[in-house]
Write a protein that binds this ligand. Structure first.
Ligand SMILES: [Fe+2]
Length: 278
């Protein structure tokens, strides 16, 4: 069985932390052939990142994770990308393989491929009429501070579109290494298809419609649909539980939020969702 969770954000919410601990106790009861994957946003600082991974020490099967935008967060004393690369190594000490830092991981019945993904503002709500410069500053027009904290906590050294393009090429290269008949299960942090997000409507607050731009890029979904062996795709980042099919491929957003943590169970065909909360 493949177990997938995401957005644990350990240390951010007392109830959420209790839910993570409850999930860890359940995961410790799984078998050595089971696989556990965290689809990004483990915690926003190193101490909590390590505390969170330590909770899963007793999980007997293979443990993997994909880095999320929070794994790029830094207070400025360390470069985002330095932390990003360092956390892949740190996690190994806790028995977690960084899936997005490797080409793939071979499980019995499928091959796991990971990517952080990123955003290129393609999901923005065009009806707001907001210019690209506001999206680049991640700041709602007229507001003094950024709405999306990546603006303050992440410095990639290049524009979001360029980083997204880099991530797309990395994913494409990983898939090219696999034979076309390889059964691929992809795990991303950011949202790879627009259909997993609720469509923006006029009754939604404008800041929510603005933030939609920072949730992902449909180019990741396009690449994954282009690989003939793609069997399932999972993502985190949007704290919304949702699943859709595109070309018979299930795309599923894990949907953990601040207080409730989701654990998906995938047996190669069906996806079951378990909710952990206090
Ligand atoms: Fe995220």
């Amino acid at each position: 069985m493949l177990f997938i969770t995401s957005d644990l954000h350990y240390g951010a919410d007392r109830l959420g932390d209790a839910a993570v601990r409850k999930m860890a106790r359940e995961m410790a009861k799984t078998g050595p052939d089971d696989i556990f994957v965290v689809a990004g946003d483990i915690a926003c600082d190193d101490l909590r990142f390590k505390l969170c991974l330590e909770l899963f020490r007793a999980v007997p099967g293979k443990k993997l994770f994909v880095r999320g935008n929070h794994e790029l967060w830094t207070d400025g004393r360390e470069k985002s990308l330095t932390r990003f690369h360092r956390l892949a190594d740190e996690a190994e000490r806790y028995g977690f393989l960084c899936l997005d830092a490797t080409n793939s991981f071979q499980a019995d019945e499928y091959t796991l491929v990971g990517a952080m993904g990123w955003y290129d503002y393609a999901y923005r709500d065009h009806s707001l009429g907001i210019g690209l410069d506001s999206y680049e500053r991640k700041t709602f027009p007229g507001h003094p501070y950024p709405l999306w904290n990546d603006a303050l906590m992440v410095d990639l050294g290049e524009k979001d579109a360029a980083w997204t393009n880099r991530e797309l090429r990395r994913l494409e290269d990983k898939l090219k290494l696999l034979e076309s008949r390889t059964r691929v299960v992809a795990i991303l942090h950011h949202v790879p298809v627009d259909g997993l997000l609720p469509p923006p409507t006029p009754d939604m607050p404008e800041d929510v419609r603005f933030a939609r731009a920072f949730l992902g890029s449909p180019e990741f979904g396009r690449i994954l649909c282009g690989h003939p062996g793609t069997k399932a795709v999972f993502c985190g980042h949007a704290h919304l539980e949702n699943s859709i099919h595109i070309n018979d491929i299930p795309f599923t957003c894990v949907g953990s939020d601040d207080e409730r943590k989701m654990l998906l169970e995938y047996d190669g065909s069906d996806i079951r969702r378990r909710v952990f909360q206090t």
